[in-house]
Design a protein around this ligand. Structure first.
Ligand SMILES: NC(=O)c1ccc[n+]([C@@H]2O[C@H](COP(=O)([O-])OP(=O)(O)OC[C@H]3O[C@@H](n4cnc5c(N)ncnc54)[C@H](OP(=O)(O)O)[C@@H]3O)[C@@H](O)[C@H]2O)c1
Length: 286
């Protein structure tokens, strides 16, 4: 019998790729969205439309728990790619509380598994995003539902900014730039998630096929853009200053500054999977 998989965060970069990969693997897809109209359009960074992909829709608002009531009834499994990236909301309200509310519904409905797109090294760093994601992954480990925690390295979508800066002649590293990262395409990560979905509970660090130091990444962006430029190293004093200013500006600025300045120093490599190469992706960008 065809299993139904409910996808939270279905309109996001990863969520859209997950919905398509699920449909291609023969699952029925229930998309949890805040706008069906937006879902039917193409997503950002080349992510696909959900028109003809989702067979069921649920309109949800994570700040209004009543809209989540029974949202997984009749579903077999859940994948959550829900999280704040560019949206204006607190990561605590969405990444932690939003996912917690989903998990409570999943437990009540008795679904077989709950797969969560966490972030690699979520146990490190002081940003609210990292703290919220780590807190939810801890809760999921203790659920009665089988938890599948996927810890990805940076997505190609986020690497777009590195190329855009290089095109303006700007490149930077934080600290010595010698930490490693293996960015992953949304379609490759979606394939990984679908592959793990019907298996047991577990936790996996995952990334794309190519590993770079942050310095190599900045150099690659200059190569692909055909520009030359200087790579600026942001040292510890500058990092502290920027975080201090951001802390006084707003909680959102504080989170962003901490997330990026700390994240760009982390060794963030997962098991390499997939076939998409970052340089090829960059070359397709207008
Ligand atoms: N981007 C990266 O490099 C990266 C790396 C590792 C892990 N991750 C994690 O992977 C997950 C997916 O990332 P992504 O890049 O696909 O993010 P994304 O494109 O921003 O998608 C996030 C999803 O969450 C929903 N969402 C966010 N804030 C919301 C709010 N206030 N109310 C309702 N829905 C909200 C979005 O809905 P709308 O479409 O309606 O805004 C979207 O469906 C996130 O949890 C992220 O932290 C990302």
């Amino acid at each position: 019998m065809t299993e139904t998989v409910a996808v939270a965060g279905a309109t996001g970069y990863l969520g859209r790729h997950v919905c398509v990969a699920l449909a291609e693997a023969g699952f029925a897809v229930r998309a949890l969205v805040r706008s069906q109209e937006a879902a039917r359009k193409q997503g950002n960074f080349g992510a696909p439309s959900l028109a003809g992909i989702a067979t069921e829709w649920s309109l949800v608002d994570y700040q209004r728990p009543e809209t989540l009531q029974g949202v997984f009834d009749g579903a077999d499994r859940v994948v959550s790619t829900l999280g704040v990236t560019r949206q204006k909301a607190s990561p605590w309200d969405i990444d932690f509380l939003g996912n917690l509310r989903l998990l409570e519904q999943a437990e009540a409905s008795g679904v077989r598994s709950f797969c969560y797109a966490n972030v690699i090294r979520s146990d490190s760093g002081t940003s609210l995003t990292m703290r919220s994601k780590h807190a939810f992954s801890q809760v999921l480990r203790r659920s009665s539902v089988a938890g599948q925690i996927v810890n990805p390295s940076g997505y190609f979508s986020d690497m777009t900014d590195v190329l855009m800066m290089a095109r303006k002649g700007i490149g930077f590293v934080v600290g010595d730039g010698e930490g490693h990262v293996n960015p992953i395409h949304g379609a490759d990560l979606a394939a990984f998630i679908v592959d793990k979905l019907t298996g047991p509970a577990g936790e996996w660090d995952v990334g794309g096929p190519d590993t770079f130091t942050y310095r190599e990444l900045a150099k690659l962006a200059f190569d692909v853009s055909g520009r030359s430029g200087r790579i600026i190293a942001v040292g510890p004093r500058m990092t502290r200053t920027v975080i201090g200013v951001a802390d006084h500006a707003s909680p959102q600025a504080s989170n962003l500054a901490r997330f990026f300045l700390e994240g760009f120093q982390l060794d963030a490599t997962g098991t390499p999977v997939g076939t998409h190469h970052l340089a090829d992706y960059w070359r397709t960008l207008p």
